[in-house]
Structures are given as C-alpha cells and as structure tokens.
Design a protein around this ligand. Structure first.
Ligand code: PAF
Length: 285
C-alpha cells in the first residue's frame, strides 16, 4: 500500500493507473475509519482495479463553533485498517498544501445546500463540495464512494457532479449500524455511556416512521408527529430537524406516493454530540 501526502505525487500515480487502463475507485474520508467506511472500501475493492482512500480532516467544512480541533484523528489505526482491506493508495495531504496561502476558490451548489444540514451548519456544504472537487481533481477516480448516512451530502455531491459534468460515477452504499441500530459515525466516540443509549432514539424514530407508513399513514405531518412523540418521550429534546423530503432535491414531501422514494431524516444533539440518521421509504406501487 502506498501512502502519499504530496498532491503532485498523487496526481502522477492516478494518471499512471488510468493510462494503464485500470479502473480507479476513490473513497473520500476524514479518517477515524469505522465499519461504515470499511463497507465503502470493500465496495470499491470489489469493483475497481485500484482503490484509493483519502484521509483529510477538511477545515473548510467545519463551522467556527464545531469540532474541527477535537475531531478524532487516529492515522496509524486508519492505515492498518486500509492495509487489512487491501487498499492500494492512501492519500493524506496536509491542510497547508490543500489550501495554500492565497487559496481563493469555492465550489458551491445553491438551493439544496441551504436546507436542513445546510441551515444548521452554514457554509458546511461549500466546504464539502470544494474539497471533494479538489480530491476528484487529484485522485482522478472513475468511481467515488459515499455513504447514505450523509444523505444530503450525497444529494449535493451528485448535483455538483451532474451540473459540472464530472466524468465519474458516484456510488452510494447503505448505512452501517451497530447491532442495536445506532448508525456508525466517527462522532459516536464522543458519546458517554448513557448518551450512547439515548442516541438510539434517532434510529427508533426512523423505525417509527417506517412502521407508520407500513400501517397506512401517508401524510408526512402525521409521520413526523409520531416521530416527534417518540423523540420527546426519550431524552432527545434538542432536535435540529426531522424531515420527510425528496432525496434528490431535499424539498419537503407532503404526501407519500407509490413508487416515489422519500428520505426520512433526523438530526439531534445528544449531550454535546450532534448526530444525524436517515432512512429511505418507498411505498409499493
Ligand atoms: O463524508 C465525509 O467524511 C466528508 O464530508 C468528505 C466527503 C470526506 C469530505 O471531506
């Protein structure tokens, strides 16, 4: 496995692989790899000749009050995990090389970035689309792998790829959960033992939504009411949002229609930790 930090070195390596006719798959990450990331790496490994994992805690996607400084950084463990998954290249650039003095470009998707996560975390998606554009330009993937856990990020990146004609395919892999349902997240390490239990309410609220739909409820307001009830009955009172939306546009959906998938998304604070989770629900036609 090659570990590259230089942008030029990564570009040369990626170009060489492409010229050799190899399919390049990239898994962009901020490190602190868990089973969710490993599922992306495995999906890339099974479909691509060359698998590149990027590890970069991107300062531009954190707000001033957010956890950039405390974000878990366990580089050596991440490298071992990548080695175990037979990753070919780890690209781990320095922030100063990614954003040198005078860096003055921003890639921004409008509209869907102002809703939900975008409203709770102003500027977050501009940071994501800027770094993802740079990572694509540096690692030159045919396929890039993202997790469904960050559903709005998926919608935003897909929109950017479509709007800017990036010549690559976005592959989205399902959420990976702990045995009790908690969605895997690098931020779960912040949870104290009792908060870890409270955090399960997010998953339960999504299950509640699925149950309500299965029992015939079609109006989003009624589904959201059931979810709110469940979250209020538990300790989760600091909800950022719960939403039932079109997964591509992130616009609210009023009534579920057969064959039209909707994204049910929740974001809440458990103790000091902000967690997100979601499920896609599709009524049978
Ligand atoms: O999902 C993440 O870990 C990050 O937002 C990404 C895509 C690696 C960009 O920094």
């Amino acid at each position: 496995m090659d570990v590259l930090t230089g942008i030029g070195d990564m570009q040369v390596r990626a170009e060489r692989d492409r010229l050799a006719g190899k399919t390049v798959g990239v898994v962009p990450t901020m490190g602190a790899l868990h089973e969710g990331h490993l599922s992306l790496i495995r999906a890339a490994r099974s479909a691509c000749d060359v698998v590149t994992v990027t590890i970069f805690v991107n300062p531009k996607q954190f707000g001033p009050e957010e956890d950039f400084n405390s974000y878990p950084r366990i580089f050596d463990r991440d490298l071992s995990a990548c080695e175990n998954e037979e990753v070919d290249v780890v690209f781990a650039p320095e922030a100063g090389d990614m954003y040198p003095e005078g860096f003055s470009t921003k890639v921004a998707v409008s509209g869907l970035t102002t809703l939900w996560e975008g409203e709770a975390r102003p500027g977050h998606f501009d940071g994501v689309t800027t770094v993802v554009t740079k990572l694509f330009a540096i690692t030159k993937p045919h396929r890039a792998y993202f997790g469904q856990k960050d559903a709005q990020q998926v919608a935003v990146v897909r929109r950017m790829v479509r709007d800017l004609n990036f010549d690559l395919e976005i592959i989205v892999c399902p959420i990976v959960r702990e045995a009790d349902g908690l969605a895997m997240s690098s931020r779960n390490v912040y949870l104290l033992p009792d908060e870890r239990q409270e955090a399960l309410a997010l998953f339960r609220s999504l299950k509640k939504a699925e149950e309500l739909v299965a029992s015939g409820v079609r109006k989003s307001l009624d589904i959201l009411e059931g979810m709110k009830q469940l979250l209020t009955d538990t300790e989760i009172r600091k909800r950022d949002y719960i939403a039932i939306v079109n997964p591509d546009t992130m616009e609210p959906v009023e009534t579920l229609e057969p064959g039209q998938p909707v994204l049910v998304a929740v974001a809440a604070r458990v103790g000091a930790t902000r967690l997100i989770d979601n499920t896609i629900v599709t009524l049978a036609e």
